[in-house]
Design a protein around this ligand. Structure first.
Ligand code: SAH
Length: 465
């Protein structure tokens, strides 16, 4: 079983520094389950590949007292990617996995063109599961099915695939995805799963797991369905991606700042009016929070399909109970993230993104743009965000303070318009701006709104990905 990682970032041999393994030297390490070799089948300036080869000792596995006698003699463990590979990554590529590189620290975070190939990976869940796990993380996936036996095609398919993943990504992130997701695909572990597995899951999933659309499945399988561990992990992950709702202090700050003219209500009503004006019938509200906009839309007969999406389960729960109280059963709620491509989003007339982008990291905006404007491509997108210039008019805000503790940025009018213009140009939309709330001659209105319309009207679907 091998894992090959190829870099084409020039000079490609820098991969050796990142992995702390010299391209000219083959190395071998003894681990509890067998021998692990690292070598470079190619190492030129343009392309460099490091291969991690696991030579698992099948006799050693039996001595370890593994499972039934059947398992002892017939098993796939030496030949497929499994939790043994995760252990090998953690041991042999430990510096790269934790993002340490003395010579080139800047390379660790940098997204570079990388390709990872796993010779054989079992997927208990087939091709679809591989896609559901890796596509949301931005990978281009290539899969080759491995037949059960080439000489006996009638025996049918096997659960094994050769998998290649490609992406411009930091090496540390690539390794952390593999470390967690290989055992998830395999759904077996060669060791007892205890509390320390929780720590490993949080450590290696820190940056991406809480917003991954399949985080529940990943957590359950990674922790081998240990109910107690899974429950602890899921509540921790939910806290992670839901820092704001539990944060009363922050909520109060925003409400207090904006209260005098009930800005939130004005903003939402203006969104509804715009949607009606533009003739939208089906609406996807991204980052719907507790569903206030959904309830306003649900009161209007002209909207035939209304769906709210949020990354926070707690928000969705609140939205669900409020919608139920108002008997708005027609409104659907989906768990999802604006940072992950989602096929379900295609086909709506309009998307609304109300006070959401400022909760994303600036570096995440390009992924968001690609997903919303490139992939989902709704005819209409209505997006609002605070106008930071107006903050000086809020008495309760200290100078330089944002309106909410979870805001990662707040933009001036010029900044918002420059961003919206370049997005519109790149994805062939027209964009108009609107002010929300009272307009101050000097600093503008408290909220700014951009209304995007697809240039050639009726196209739905993926034509820019
Ligand atoms: N649109 C709502 C809520 C705004 S608060 C309103 O105007 O009332 C911001 C919302 O964005 C929160 O509910 C938060 O959970 C959600 N959010 C933050 N990051 C997100 C992401 N990556 N994907 C989807 N929703 C996200």
């Amino acid at each position: 079983m091998y894992l090959s990682i190829t870099s084409t970032h020039q000079p490609a041999t820098d991969l050796g520094f990142l992995l702390h393994k010299h391209p000219a030297r083959a190395q071998s390490f003894s681990l509890s389950f067998g021998q692990v070799h690292v070598f470079y089948p190619e190492a030129s300036e343009g392309r460099c590949t490091a291969t991690l080869l696991l030579d698992i000792d099948p006799i050693g596995l039996i001595r370890g007292g593994q499972k039934s006698s059947h398992f002892k003699y017939v098993n796939d463990r030496p030949y497929v990617a499994s939790s043994f590979l995760s252990v090998a990554i953690a041991q042999v590529y430990s510096s790269a996995l934790s993002g340490r590189c003395k010579q080139y620290p800047e390379l660790v975070e940098k997204r570079i063109p990388l390709e990872a190939t796993l010779a054989a990976i079992p997927s208990r869940g087939g091709k679809q599961l591989i896609k559901r796990l890796f596509e949301p993380l931005g990978y281009e996936i290539q899969l080759i099915e491995i037949p059960l036996d080439e000489q006996f095609p009638e025996w049918g398919r096997s659960p094994y695939y050769q998998l290649t993943l490609r992406q411009e990504i930091g090496l540390k992130d690539l390794l952390s995805h593999l470390y967690v997701l290989i055992p998830v695909l395999d759904n077996q572990k060669h060791y007892f799963v205890g509390e320390d597995e929780l720590g490993k899951l949080f450590k290696h999933g820190e940056k991406w797991l809480s917003t991954h659309p399949e985080y529940e499945l990943i957590t359950k399988r990674y922790l081998k369905y240990s109910n107690k561990l899974v429950a602890t992990a899921i509540s921790h992950l939910e806290e992670l991606h839901n820092p704001m709702l539990d944060d009363e202090e922050s909520e109060e700050l925003e409400e207090k700042a904006e209260k005098p003219f009930r800005l939130h209500d004005i903003r939402l009503q203006q969104v509804v009016d715009q949607l009606k004006l533009l003739g939208a019938k089906s609406v996807l509200d991204l980052g719907c929070g507790d569903g206030k906009l959904l309830r306003l839309l649900g009161n209007e007969k002209c909207f035939t399909r209304i769906v709210g999406v949020d990354v926070s389960y707690t928000s969705l729960q609140i939205a669900k109970s409020r919608l139920e109280r108002q008997k708005m059963n027609q409104v659907e709620l989906w768990h999802g993230s604006v940072l992950y491509r989602d096929k379900r989003w295609i086909g709506f007339d309009a998307a609304t993104v109300v006070e959401v982008i400022e909760h994303l990291e600036i570096e995440q905006l390009s992924a968001f743009e690609q997903i919303l404007f490139g992939h989902a491509r709704h005819n209409i997108v209505i997006l609002t965000t605070p106008n930071v210039e107006y903050n000086v008019r809020f008495e309760s805000l200290a100078s330089g303070q944002f309106r909410h503790k979870d805001h990662r940025f707040e933009w001036t009018r010029a900044e918002f318009q420059a961003w919206a213009k370049q997005v519109a140009n790149r994805f062939e939309y027209e964009v108009k701006w609107a002010s929300v709330g009272p307009i101050d001659e000097e600093v503008g209105s408290p909220t700014q709104m951009a209304i995007f319309q697809l240039r050639n009207g009726e196209v739905h679907g993926d034509n820019n990905s």
